[in-house]
Design a protein around this ligand. Structure first.
Ligand code: ATP
Ligand code: MG
Length: 293
């Protein structure tokens, strides 16, 4: 498990913070989101007064305890949930004003990777078809051209191209999650929402997956909202971090501001719950990763 404080000097010095003066790729402005009343269950406001920007090429970590509203924000950002009030602009599409046409165009510009790599893939579809489906539906590629694009996508997530004929159940959890990311990136989105993409993976697979995501992001420059309850994971990946608590964003800042000098009592509590880094284990981990293990 990557611990908080891992390789600060290493990653911190090499990772440049993207510009926060450009037009954001994702912008929540005073957004509220409600789950509607159902029978006797009253409407529930799962997010309120949300102000959050994600800039081009930036990875923003969204953290907070279970039930705080992280998935709610992630789903709203790709148009899977309507918003109650405020303004939400995602990849240039105003979701708050959203008609069907806007939402459809958003599908090409924003991808999402879900927590459970199994449930997000069609079990009856060979993974090559799952990866190529968005390209086919968008009319971007077909036939031989599509096959080629699928093979490139498989290689980009480091899966053998021969795997395209396999079904999801014939893959490991980590491999399935790579298929999920290949599919999400197939249309070269401006924005990727990653909702706890590693929480179903074991520790070593998780580290490799995060490295891969980081490499892809540096190559393709998509903006990313990375949702996680694991502070050590966002410490590895995120440029900035937003902290959610009971449907509100209680604090935002750079990775170091949030993880190393948090201002809000809630963030301080969240961070104090993370195990302290063990310097020896840290060094071993670093060395084994350098050796490509
Ligand atoms: N479909 C729904 N209908 C009603 N309430 C919902 C629905 N989905 C989620 N909620 C409620 O909204 C709140 C936020 O849920 P959400 O899934 O966004 O939390 P989360 O931060 O992603 O949690 P976790 O870390 O467990 O994934 C919770 O109180 C949850 O019970
Ligand atoms: Mg969630």
């Amino acid at each position: 498990m990557p611990h908080l404080g891992l390789e600060i000097s290493e990653t911190g010095s090499t990772r440049q913070a993207p510009s926060t003066t450009a037009t954001p790729v994702l912008s929540f402005e005073n957004v509220a989101i409600e789950y509607p009343k159902r029978g006797r269950v009253p409407a529930f406001r799962a997010a309120d007064e949300i102000n959050l920007n994600v800039y081009p090429g930036e990875i923003v970590g969204l953290v907070g305890e279970s039930g705080s509203g992280k998935t709610t924000l992630g789903r709203a950002a790709v148009g899977l949930l309507p918003i109650k009030s405020g303004t939400l602009i995602s990849a240039g599409v105003d979701i708050s004003a959203g008609g069907v046409k806007e939402l459809k165009s958003l599908r090409r510009k924003a991808g999402i990777v879900f927590q459970d790599p199994g449930s997000s893939l069609n079990p009856r579809m060979p993974i090559g078809e799952s990866i190529g489906e968005p390209l086919l539906l968008a009319g971007e590629a077909e036939g031989k051209d599509l096959d080629k694009r699928v093979q490139e996508l498989l290689s980009s997530v480091e899966l053998p191209t021969s795997y395209r004929n396999r079904y999801p159940h014939e893959l490991s959890g980590g491999q399935r999650q790579r298929v999920g990311i290949a599919r999400a990136l197939s249309l070269a989105p401006e924005l990727l929402i990653a909702d706890e993409p590693t929480s179903a993976l074991d520790v070593s697979v998780q580290a490799r997956f995060l490295d891969l995501l980081q490499e892809l992001q540096q190559k393709l420059h998509f903006a990313c909202l990375f949702i996680s309850h694991d502070l050590a994971v966002v410490d590895m990946l995120a440029h900035r971090i937003a902290v959610m608590h009971r449907g509100r964003l209680v604090e935002q800042g750079t990775r170091d501001e949030i993880l190393r000098s948090p201002k809000e009592a809630y963030t301080q509590r969240l961070i104090s719950a993370v195990p302290l880094p063990d310097p020896v284990a840290q060094r071993e981990r670093r060395e084994s990763r350098r050796a490509g293990l």
